[in-house]
Design a protein around this ligand. Structure first.
Ligand code: ZN
Length: 461
């Protein structure tokens, strides 16, 4: 995400209120155990695939949905706990059999017919319909999740908006693949994360299907419904299909922000290794106020002119955040530090002097409350440390080991953990493997803080 770095308000943890009375037979869910959002998710679940059917009418704040979750039990389960603050539940089945459930607060609690032993694969089907939950991100007062405007709808969920419109294990540590079946009125277009596999008009509705085969975190899933012009420029190197969705009438200067996507893909692949998906593109909303977000294979942008650096930043997140996903929200610097540093790699590839950029990052960092890179509170997640301290940590590492080894560290880290969740220790394992103790010593003070190390000025690049 490209944050504006506004003054952040205190975040309220999304949680089932402790005082909520549960119906007989149900127990309070324990959560996944994320350090920042401990109440989200269920550590007993490994959701491997979501099959989502969503029907919507632009301008109407309502979704009719059917979600089929393929789940692996990580421990013996006598109750299944999903995050779901969204529309009213019409029915729940476990392995095709009706199951007792309770929709309480932000949780959908389900009693399977019998205990599901650890290692069991099973499905949960949830039918629902109604108004998506209203979830305002306390960090910036912006709505998260399924958002309806006059001319359409879109999805923007980081960090925890996905469960406003579908039941899920809403922690990035549990990534999954997706099949999407979208149903909108004729004259409108639905576009989403993944590869479009089918589109058909039937009885005044358009049915469109998408497959997101590689696992992604739930917050990275997006859907856009509106009146779009689909633009497909020539494919980038490596056969990546590019498709952009621009609202009709979007000014040419806003579109032009994304002209360099093929070149950006080439530069980033040179450092990180192959782009992780078969398609990429951007969807521009009609809203000029939202923040750009790295929604998987289809980054979401506001209807205002953005800099090429922002376009590049969201593209870089496809590797760092979407493909390599967070093991815990406290280490979001593994997303933002890398995406920010990618801006420098791009600027350098364009022959720009990067010294002013580094100085700007350092100055912004120096103005912020200093901390080590592992966050302890929600309001720290998207602060200057995650972005600039994270980026400067990578710069310090690069100066210590040189470009060839830095490139090897980045591409090995990506190749080793593609499609998986990562922790800072995973990165350090690769840094130590290729760079040895000296490399770990160079990055160490940036990780631990709170003092800000001196800006690296000498090195081998
Ligand atoms: Zn970002």
């Amino acid at each position: 995400m490209k944050r504006l770095l506004l003054t952040l308000a205190l975040a309220c943890p999304p949680a089932l209120a402790q005082t909520t009375t549960l119906p007989p037979g149900f127990t309070a869910p324990a959560g996944y155990g994320d350090r920042i959002y401990p109440a989200l998710g269920d550590a007993g679940l490994d959701v491997t695939h979501y099959d989502l059917s969503l029907s919507a009418t632009p301008g109407v704040d309502s979704v009719a949905g059917r979600a089929v979750l393929s789940i692996l039990a990580r421990r013996d389960l006598s109750q299944i706990n999903l995050d779901f603050a969204g529309p009213g539940v019409l029915g729940v089945k476990v392995d095709g059999r009706a199951a007792r459930h309770a929709h309480v607060g932000d949780k959908l609690l389900i009693l399977p017919p019998g205990v599901l032993a650890a290692g069991t694969a099973f499905t949960v089907t949830v039918a629902y319909s109604g108004t998506p939950a209203l979830h305002i991100d306390p960090a910036d007062d912006l709505r998260l999740g399924w958002i309806t405007q006059a001319g359409g709808s879109y999805v923007l969920s980081e960090p925890d908006g996905a469960h406003t419109f579908f039941p899920c294990n809403d922690v990035p540590a549990d990534g999954a693949s997706y099949s999407l079946h979208l149903d909108v009125p004729a004259g409108f277009t639905a576009i989403a994360s993944g590869v479009q596999t089918h589109s058909q008009m039937r009885a005044g509705r358009v049915y469109t299907e998408f497959e997101q085969a590689a696992p992604i975190p739930s917050y990275a899933l997006t859907v856009h419904i509106g009146r779009f012009e689909r633009v497909t420029p020539p494919d980038a190197a490596g056969g990546i299909q590019i498709r952009n969705a621009f609202p009709l009438g979007l000014p040419a200067e806003v579109r032009a922000t994304f002209d360099q996507t093929p070149a950006m893909l080439g530069v980033l692949a040179g450092w990180f290794g192959p782009y992780p998906y078969p398609v990429y593109g951007v969807a521009v909303t009609e809203d000029p106020q939202i923040l750009a977000l790295e929604t998987a294979t289809l980054s979401t942008f506001p209807a205002r002119q953005e800099t090429p650096a922002t376009a590049l930043h969201e593209l870089a997140h496809q590797w760092f955040g979407d493909s390599l996903r967070l093991g815990d929200w406290s280490e979001v610097w593994l997303n933002e530090g890398f995406a920010t540093y990618a801006e420098l790699l791009w600027a350098q590839s364009q022959g720009q002097d990067t010294a002013p950029l580094l100085a700007r990052w350092y100055a912004r960092l120096a103005r912020a409350p200093a901390r080590g890179l592992v966050a302890t509170q929600a309001r720290q997640l998207f602060d200057a440390n995650s972005y600039y301290r994270g980026a400067l940590a990578l710069h310090a590492l690069r100066l210590k080991v040189g470009d060839a080894l830095f490139r090897q560290i980045l591409s090995t880290y990506v190749a080793r953990f593609s499609g998986q969740s990562v922790r800072t220790a995973d990165l350090l394992g690769v840094v130590g493997q290729f760079g040895g103790p000296a490399a770990l010593e160079a990055i160490g003070p940036w990780l631990t803080g709170p003092e800000i190390p001196a800006l690296p000025t000498t090195g081998t690049f």
